[in-house]
Design a protein around this ligand. Structure first.
Ligand SMILES: [Cu+2]
Length: 205
């Protein structure tokens, strides 16, 4: 039985390309803090080191997981450090934030509802929850660009903060909508289609 369980685990790991789920610890009753970074190249943490990716911070350490477990009917306070450049949105409609508590997101401390679509690196979107946040990209001319993750805070980055509310329990897909997969047809292959890079799940329990 144990062997079967281990084999299933390996197979699921193979299907999802490795990332282990991260259970986000409850900060206060009814809320959790989720800290993320987005990077142009994930580096040796992943099987495809050159792929663009999200990372999550667990107990102060950056890990590679895009499957996060959060409590139902709670507030998820997200802080996202983006170290990646500006790719641009093909659909400018997606530069407008939606589905957030308070209706706005913070960009380097300033509350906004929209960014210039050409300046987007990525989006964070949970379509089933109606959540979308545009992620402002680092200017090409900014000094100290990060080449490989995990990127230290001393590298050029944009800080995005926002809060969304989880509803009932469920398995919700999240993804990026910027065609940010450099080297793939139309930018939508590879990391845009593989769980563990620009896609994942929010498991609401
Ligand atoms: Cu992306």
């Amino acid at each position: 039985m144990l062997v079967v369980g281990v084999l299933i685990g390996i197979y699921v790991g193979f299907l999802t390309n490795g990332p282990t789920p991260y259970r986000v610890p409850v900060a206060n009753a009814g809320s959790v803090d989720l800290t993320l970074q987005t990077v142009a190249a994930v580096g040796p943490l992943a099987p495809n080191p050159t792929w663009v990716s999200y990372l999550v911070r667990e107990s102060g350490v950056w890990h590679r997981s895009t499957v996060w477990t959060v409590p139902a009917n709670s507030l998820v306070h997200v802080t996202l450090y983006n170290f990646d450049g500006q790719s641009g949105l093909r659909n400018p409609f997606l530069a407008q934030a939606r589905g957030l508590v308070g209706g706005t997101f913070g960009l380097n401390g300033k509350q906004l509802t929209v960014i210039n679509p050409d300046a987007a690196s990525h989006t964070f979107a949970i379509p089933q929850l109606g959540v979308i946040v545009p992620i402002q990209g680092v200017d090409d001319n900014a000094p100290k660009q990060c080449d490989l993750a995990p990127c230290p805070m001393s590298n050029a980055h944009e800080t995005i903060t926002f809060t969304f509310r989880t509803g009932k329990k469920g398995h919700y897909r999240w993804q990026c909508f910027v065609p940010c997969a450099a080297g793939f047809v139309y930018g939508f292959g590879g990391p845009m289609q593989t769980i563990g890079y620009m896609d994942g799940y929010v498991d609401v329990v």
